[in-house]
Design a protein. Sequence first.
Lengths: 591, 130, 248
Amino acid sequence: MSSRLLRYVPKAYSSTGFPASVERTSFDIVVVGGGAAGLRAAIAAAESDPELTIALVSKVYPMRSHTVSAEGGTAAVLRDYDSFELHALDTIKGSDFLADQDAVEFFVARCPEEIIRLEHWGCPWSRDEDGRVSQRAFGGMSVKRTVYAADKVGFHILHTLFQTSMKYDRIHRFDEYFVTSLIVDGGACTGVIAMNLRGGTMVAIQGKATILATGGCGRVYEFTTNGFIKTGDGMALAYRAGVPLKDMEMVQFHPTCLPGTGILITEAARGEGGYLVNKDGERYMQRYLPGKMELGPRDILSRAMIQEMKAGRAFEGPYGLYLGLDLRHLGAKKINERIPMVRELTEKYMGLDPIHELIPVRPGQHYIMGGVSTNGKGETTLPGLYAVGETACVSINGANRLGSNSLSECLVFGAACGLAAAGFAKKKASYPRGAAAREALKKEEARVFDGLLGRERAKETVAGLRVEMQQLMERDVGIFREDSALADACGMLGKMRDRFAAVGLADKDRVFNTELTAVLELDFMLDVALTIAHSARNRRESRGAHSRTDFPQRDDANYLKHTLAFRTDGPPRIDYMPVTITKWQPVERKY
Amino acid sequence: MAGREYAWKRRPGWWLRNRRYLAFQLREAGGVVCALYGLVLLNMLIQLRAGESAYTAFLNLLRTPPVLYLNVVLFALVVWHALTWFMLIGKAQPIQFTRKPLPWKVVFGINVLLWLGVSGAVAYLIFGGI
Amino acid sequence: MAESDVLFRVKRYRPESGGRPTFQEYTIPYRSDMVVLDGLNYIKDHIDPTLTFRWSCRMGICGSCGADVNGQPRLTCGTYVRDVHKGAVTVEPLSNFPILKDLVVDFDDFLRKLASVTPYIVRKDWGDLRKEYVQYPEDVEAYRQQSLCINCMLCYAACPVFGSSPEFVGPAASALALRYNRDTRDEGAAGRLARLNTKTGIWECTFVGECSVVCPKDVDPAAAIQTLKFLATMRHMRRLLMPGASSR
């Protein structure tokens, strides 16, 4: 690296629309999404072979990825009081036995080395007095196995990975490139078509292997912890290419979100000893889960909150009903050391100090266990296409994810997927055919620039239709579901899918058109929302986070299987596939 | 079809936008003033060497009211410059005896006290035992 | 304008039309707990969909939403309208950066600078993946503050030196360099100091201190740069006076 800084260059795009620093159009691996999973996959591939070229394509700069907002921690077996058996059992039981047990066994065995590897890369894990990495208690975990970095674990993991990725020149970054479709040639995925936001052009980025790591789809709901960018892009891209989405009905609602904004208050607040109380000051969890109380799994806690609200024992505020998270007994020292961001967020967004006052909380959408159906190496049914992270469903989380397993999942499967994609790419002798990419590019330019951008603003607006969809999902496909509401949701979403054809744009620019990206995102979200609603309607049982008031029991005889949603010209076609059971036979999920 | 980026242009008078920018400009101006005053003192040495009359003439010039008023202003700027330097010390080189370094305000206070002490001693020497 | 309305003055710039940035005014409904970002989203969703700005997490951790609000660089998601409501709320793109469109600025230059300070652990011997490096809580505390940077670039917008000398490496990149230098697991301090000990490195800084004032995460980049000046000087002196001594 020369010691003289590059003179600032305002125009950084070549005539091809690629970043000026990137000279190739074909790569060994194209990673879509620059969060923990995408970065980990890119680094794993880069480390495996110095000859590999990797494109990291993201619609935002990688440090803006939603990984950054994760707070609580990341789980791994690091100490003698713990074991892989126990971590696997906790995860499988937490999943209400819908998790694929071979994948879980693979997962728990690799968490420790990922934590240590990140530590070696500089991640500032919080430490015990003896200098070793600290671990704390978390929901659904039988022992303290959640490694943490104060309560900014996602921020520190993301920045550590992003900065470490700068070591490798062979990771070529495409920042603020919005992927609009996959290139499928000869029955395989050979790259992506993306819109260069800053240049205002579309480009074809070819790859022998493509990894989707675009995160979840929380923004299909009205009240979510998720950032604006979580619109299920990768899920929709795979879905449109014929890959099924698995277990989409399994949506996680996190019990402690701030009313109004939906900002997340980490589970670690309960892990460090916080209580949940109703308006009578009662620790109401003793009526629902006396064994684990506030450290039960998230689905049980969220349902308990709704039931407290229905029973009239909740507080009332300007944003509706809420319960109280009590941290007052923890003391200032513990709060400031272990969960400082909880205090910062509560002070800033609620004007309250948790050292002295209750934090108002209510359940909100947070994560989706479902996603692009993959095997244990991130491979999808489309050769050359991989998926990893919240975008994918392996499945290790089944019907309910335990807190602090998802960051570990991004690391373990990010690495596994990166290596698998690298192996696949190395075996392919030649790069993809340019002709297929050029054709796909022409088609997308016509669809997006002529088709979408050209539409005049008429009755439907992107914001109006989006809010309608979000409110519908919130109302009908929320924590408690039943058939008539789900049928209504399926019907309305189908109509919204049609109404989308009438959405017009006021912003006709090609450069950085965020109205256009909002339209493209709404297009993705409608597809994804349809799979959620249909999958939920077809699962006539209650399991994990999927709670049917009309079918309140778990039904292993008929539903010990994964839901698959396939795209058709009409509503999604629902099918099923078996769950892999190795050691742990399904039993009643009691805590 | 790329668009043109608009190169940012700095507004003149940017330093009047807030208190801190203004304080910074004064501090920097103080540095210039210190340098210029050094030249004045250098000139005093030159006049001293040039002979009794030249030196006396220069001292009389220094005693005229406009120059005295100017000195008051310059002294204020020099003091401001020195104080801002002291504020910097605690941040630039943390002094650490315990788990956390000394807060910069403490280091600032110590330096101000030392400065007053040294200034007092010098004044005593010059004005001979007040 | 009703009692319960607020006036937003937003700087607009259309790259495909060129010309100069101009203000556009919008009157929107006011809520006592709204932040500036809420106002921008209301304008985009209900009044003018062409208004373009970056945002994502809305909780002050992703660093996307920096803008000059009433002349001060702030995160729009963390700035309450009630705190800046002086007749009107003026929102402009961050100072010192080229404007791409409306409130969106080009900061690729910053990412190059970030990459140039070797922002990762440098070590000869990586040891065993079965054991973490021992690092005591006070060691973590030594670099914790500088590790909190969310790359929001408010510090670059606030720095008048960066405004006049765009080659200046800048506050955030320098703070990150210090973060790695102070990490007990790292062995790359010498390389980073050599890299920063240049005219366009830390020596461009004249300690205005505005960067630390505007930083939403209390990283204190001003202190980081002055510390780096001291460390760089000490290293330079050691090498001058004791050539051939340790390579640190």
